[in-house]
Write a protein that binds this ligand. Structure first.
Ligand code: SF4
Length: 337
């Protein structure tokens, strides 16, 4: 049984102008200790997915279809208290901006102790000891001193380490990290990603890493989901996706990565931008931006085609696979004659 299983998840937003779908047909699973990257540009639905898993969607957003199961139990069937316990103890979330997690008027120690006391029947002294251990785990220098400091007294990188320490407080099974390094300097970004990788491996914690950066995903995750306009358009082993992206959108994201050792080279951006939810094109939502668009792309939604270890939602890939199969059959027939 998978640790987390998402099946046909659909999220709607009830707007005055009518309902729009922010997520459609999202299905994937996550095993214990596994690291999954969720990639796409802003507006692809990545963060909505993170909030939906935690049942933290704020109105007018709501889960309109599908199932999210944790250790085989559908989260929709849990009581409010059970759900709070899963959210607090078993699945935790790390946000892009540490100040979204940290309370500016409480010291780091007060926040961590408060969090522990809300979930465990332990003394304040014991809670402070656990908080100290967690700060040591994320390599915070002078952890004793930091416990008595306020968030504004710390650097951005240090604040994000503390947010990770808070994320680890309850020894969760899954951490959902939403762009955890975007607000940081490039050198600090690499340190934080290395730290997350080390902590997940050491504690056998599963990670859902939400990011716009395929480069980060390639360093940390084993599986990747690429999202566009609220749908998964390619998913599979990260190595395969990085080395041989099949979907034109994934290829565009790869080409947009800065190339090492080529100074002055212009970045290849994907032309156009992500469509707003109210105006998602019919057929393949990527068709107005795609260099390989065919007539059928404008009318028919592409279904998943298996290509190696990946699933790809693209008419062109489906056609190529059909042609490959036909060629194979033909050569087998010739061989038998
Ligand atoms: Fe491009 Fe068509 Fe594939 Fe969409 S389905 S990515 S428009 S080739």
């Amino acid at each position: 049984m998978a640790l987390l299983e998402v099946k046909d998840l659909e999220v709607g937003f009830g707007l005055r102008s009518g309902e729009v779908k922010a997520l459609r047909n999202i299905s994937f699973s996550l095993e214990r200790g596994e690291r999954l990257g969720v990639v796409g540009e802003s507006g692809a639905g990545k963060s909505v997915l993170g909030f939906a898993i935690l049942n933290l969607l704020s109105r007018p957003g709501y889960i309109s279809n599908g199932e999210i199961s944790f250790e085989g139990k559908n989260l929709a069937d849990l009581s409010a208290a059970e759900l709070r316990s899963v959210r607090g103890n078993r699945i935790s979330m790390i946000f892009q901006d540490p100040m979204m997690t940290l309370n500016p008027v409480l010291t780091i120690g007060e926040q961590m102790v408060e969090c522990l006391l809300a979930h465990h029947k332990i003394s304040k002294q014991d809670a402070r000891k656990i908080a100290l251990q967690k700060l040591q785990q994320v390599y915070i220098p002078s952890p004793e001193t930091r416990l008595d400091q306020y968030p504004h007294e710390l650097s951005g990188g240090m604040r994000q380490r503390i947010v990770i320490a808070i994320g680890l407080l309850m020894d969760p099974d899954i951490i959902i990290a939403d762009e955890p390094t975007t607000a940081l300097d490039v050198t600090i970004q690499a340190e934080i990603m290395e730290l997350m990788l080390e902590l997940c491996e050491r504690n056998n914690v599963a990670l859902i890493l939400i990011t716009h950066d395929l480069g980060v995903v390639s360093q940390v995750t084993q599986k990747t989901i690429v999202m566009y306009a609220g749908r998964i358009i390619e998913q599979g082993p990260t190595k395969e996706i990085i080395n041989d992206a099949q979907h034109p959108y994934t290829q565009g994201l790869m080409n947009a990565l800065p190339q090492m050792g080529i100074p002055g080279q212009r970045l290849n951006q994907i032309r156009g931008s992500m469509p707003p939810l109210q105006r998602i094109p019919t057929g393949c939502a990527f068709n107005p931006r795609c260099n390989y668009v065919m007539e059928s792309c404008k009318h028919n939604l592409p279904e998943f085609t298996q290509s190696g270890g990946c699933q790809v939602a693209c008419h062109m890939v489906a056609e190529m696979k059909r042609e490959e199969q036909a060629a194979r059959l033909q050569s087998q027939e010739v061989g038998q004659e």
